[in-house]
Design a protein around this ligand. Structure first.
Ligand code: DGL
Length: 267
């Protein structure tokens, strides 16, 4: 039986669109609801209590929209609220940290892995924990990069300013001779050209979007909730502030027109 209900993807802002892009590639016929909490971004410098409260409000909204699977496409919310949400909800829900850690572990040769993310994600130690559970000989080095998210939300994705910021943040990690760098924030793949240039050819960049999309595909199969219709899925977007900037950056990033964007109040 085909299940046309949407997969719901949420983030504090635009970052989770990196997961939407990967879903478009891997599961093109699934309908998707994207939720960006643009009124309250960034989450990365907020407390666990607040992040749990915001995440609970969003998931409630998504369940009302009949979501069949929820993807927490935000590392901060995954690190600080995923376990809490799993305890509260019956709807299947997945995060982005385990997929990212697994992708990095399968790529590293020297077992030195760098992690960049928001203050809250780095402070939580969630990646270190996930990596050491996969392989206790992995050495991880982390760095919070709080200026990246505001740059990305502004659509400032290239040029001198992001390049200088990236050089400053990544210097220490490069000195540690990491061979793999995890983009531990779903916003950061939008800065990938600048980040790749900064770290050079010897460091591989891992973003969890692709692996998360593949996880989502497996979860749909195991729950028996795949949409096996052949039509292209529809993308419906909800944001908590004015949709103008969201539309612009989303169009630039996804490379397609973004027709359905509604502004909603959820609290
Ligand atoms: N994109 C989010 C993450 O993956 C959050 C960024 C933020 O709101 O600070 O952590």
């Amino acid at each position: 039986m085909s299940d046309k209900r949407p997969i719901a993807v949420f983030d504090s802002g635009l970052g989770g669109l990196t997961v939407v892009k990967a879903l478009h590639t891997h599961l093109p016929n699934e309908n998707i609801i994207y939720f960006g909490d643009t009124a309250r971004v960034p989450y990365g410098n907020k407390s666990q209590d607040l992040i749990q409260e915001f995440s609970a409000e969003i998931t409630e909204f998504l369940i009302q929209k009949d979501a069949k699977l929820i993807i927490v496409a935000c590392n901060t919310a995954t690190a600080l609220a995923l376990d809490y949400l799993k305890r509260k909800l019956d709807t299947p829900i997945i995060g982005v940290i385990n997929p990212g850690a697994e992708a990095a572990q399968s790529l590293t040769k020297n077992r030195k892995i760098g992690i960049i993310g928001t203050l809250a994600t780095i402070r939580s130690g969630a990646y270190e924990k996930a990596l050491s559970q996969l392989d206790s000989s992995i050495q991880s080095f982390s760095k919070s990069c709080p200026l990246f998210v505001p740059l990305i939300e502004e659509g400032w994705l290239e040029g001198d300013v992001p390049t200088q910021v990236a050089n400053t943040y990544l210097k220490e990690l490069i000195q540690k001779q990491i061979d793999t760098l995890i983009l531990g924030c779903t916003h950061y793949p939008l800065l990938k050209p600048v980040l790749s240039e900064t770290v050079g050819d010897t460091i591989q960049i891992v973003d969890s979007a692709e692996t998360t999309a593949m996880y989502a595909g497996k979860r749909l199969i195991s729950q028996n909730i795949v949409n096996d219709q052949n039509d292209m899925g529809v993308l419906e977007n909800y944001v908590t502030d004015l949709p103008v900037r969201f539309k612009r950056v989303a169009r630039q990033f996804l490379g397609r027109e973004i027709d359905h964007v509604s502004s909603v109040h959820i609290h």
